[in-house]
Design a protein around this ligand. Structure first.
Ligand code: FES
Length: 90
């Protein structure tokens, strides 16, 4: 099962395949500022992918529409995970 590591806290969470980064953060007790409850509407649940980008689904249409996302940034509620990933939450 994939392991997600959250920086800077260093918390880790082992999750099922296809779990989102937002769900993993909740399980780990990490706040990703998900104000819309994962509906893809608030665009606040940004995480920066540090390692394992190849284990995250491609950017969704919702993410592509958010002009202020840096290339390594993702909306955690849109990211399904298939392998180990490390992300930074600011
Ligand atoms: S939780 Fe609102 S866009 Fe992700």
């Amino acid at each position: 099962m994939p392991i997600v590591t959250f920086q800077p806290s260093g918390k880790t969470m082992e999750i099922d395949d296809a779990t989102t980064l937002r769900e993993a953060a909740h399980l780990a007790g990490v706040n990703v500022h998900d104000r819309c409850g994962g509906l893809g509407a608030c665009c606040n649940c940004i995480v920066t992918v540090v390692d394992g980008a190849e284990h995250i689904c491609p950017k969704t249409v919702i993410e592509e529409a958010v002009f202020y996302l840096d290339p390594q940034d993702r909306l955690s509620c849109q990211c399904k995970i298939t392998g180990d990933v490390t992300v930074r939450v600011d």
